[in-house]
Design a protein around this ligand. Structure first.
Ligand code: NAD
Length: 341
């Protein structure tokens, strides 16, 4: 079968990771990336041999002045692709969507766009099969991806009567110098926060309520979860074992002395998988507790990378490249060096 031709429009935090991930897949080929202006990231794209197409209100003259070769306007890239993964900033994807529609090309959008931008919201563990043959799919945000993955484990095994999650959010991504970590703890005055309804775009019947606070760090989000289970297991051991057996979960044992996100990201830097990313939900054995029907657990979410494998699986689902979600996840994770359970 011919490889699926993938274009990535928007080459920032998420886009550059998705582009790299596409090049590692056995059944996909990267036809180019859309970039608005020259930058260190555009330079790296050129060094990697990715055709650079001029996106947004970018100008060829700017790229020429920087000595970066371009392959044409973004419309040419869109025309040459089977699917565009839109990784432009929040709300810009909605503008770009008009181009994809006009070109009759399939498209994947990110979680910064509202759910109605696409036919469905996607998470590989939760609803891979629903994305089959779709023209447009939205990969939910980093926090929603983390919660949806956890729900994929908890809902079928123990049922959920109610779920409350507090999302402790990083203030900025590490490369952002225009909004640094703030000196304080800032509540999000959206009660409950939008993350709960976003999880319900994937689990429509899940009774989940979320709140959020922003804290001065760039190293991951942390979710503080309290779930009332319908059919609780005898102890936390069963929950830990189930998470450990599931793809895209990484659990730290107490002897590893991982106190928090600084050691998680140091562990990611130590792993020999190219980028110092942590694409799995990160849990701690010591951070899972069952008390009667109450389940408590912490999980950390690497905002910059958790959605990357999900974008790859979304492509595979849309083009029927895998017989099941599990098969796609296995292929993706092998290609991205994500350890399999
Ligand atoms: P980013 O700002 O790091 O990157 C976006 C890139 O798109 C930039 O390089 C920008 O120059 C470029 N761009 C601007 N206008 C464009 C246009 N018209 N066409 C093409 N490219 C254009 O943003 P990001 O963090 O990578 O976020 C991208 C999407 O992913 C958003 O929807 C965001 O909500 C979502 N997301 C972000 C994170 C995160 O933590 N960074 C996590 C999950 C999902």
């Amino acid at each position: 079968m011919a490889k699926v031709k993938v274009a990535v429009n928007g080459y920032g935090t998420i886009g550059k990771r998705v582009a790299d991930a596409v090049t590692l897949q056995p059944d996909m080929v990267l036809v180019g990336i859309g970039k608005t202006r020259p930058s260190f990231e555009a330079r790296r794209a050129a060094e990697r041999g990715y055709p650079i197409f001029i996106a947004g209100n970018g100008s060829k003259a700017d790229f020429d002045a920087a000595g970066l070769a371009t392959a044409g306007p973004v419309d040419a890239m869109i025309a040459s692709a089977d699917v565009v993964v839109d990784c432009a900033p929040e709300k810009v994807g909605r503008e770009n969507a008009k181009k994809y529609l006009a070109a009759g090309v399939r498209a994947i959008f990110q979680g910064g766009e509202k759910a109605d931008i696409a036919e469905m919201s996607f998470n590989a563990l939760a609803n891979f099969d629903r994305a089959r043959d779709r023209k447009t799919v939205r990969v939910v945000s980093c926090n929603t991806t983390g919660l949806a993955r956890a729900a994929s484990v908890i809902v079928p095994h123990w049922g959920v009567t109610a779920w409350e999650a507090t999302i402790v959010r990083r203030a900025a991504d590490p490369a952002e110098s225009n909004r640094g970590p703030i000196n304080g703890i800032v509540p999000t005055f959206e009660l409950p926060s939008h993350h709960g309804p976003d999880v319900r775009t994937i689990f429509p019947d899940l009774r989940i309520a979320t709140t959020a606070v922003v804290v001065p760090t760039t190293l991951m989000h942390v979710h503080v979860n309290h779930v009332i289970l319908t059919r609780p297991p005898a102890d936390a051991g069963a929950v830990i074992a189930r998470f450990r057996q599931t793809a895209r979960f990484h659990l730290f044992a107490p002897w590893e002395h991982v106190d928090g996100t600084p050691q998680v990201m140091e562990y990611a830097r130590d792993r020999p998988n190219g980028r110092p990313d942590m694409m799995e939900n990160v849990l701690w054995d010591a951070g899972v507790r069952v008390d009667g029907s109450d389940l408590y657990f912490f999980q950390a979410i690497h905002q910059e990378s958790i959605v990357v494998p999900e974008n790859i699986d979304a492509i595979r689902a849309m083009f029927g490249l895998a017989e099941s979600g599990a098969a796609s996840i296995a292929t993706t994770d092998r290609a991205l060096s994500i350890p399999t359970p």
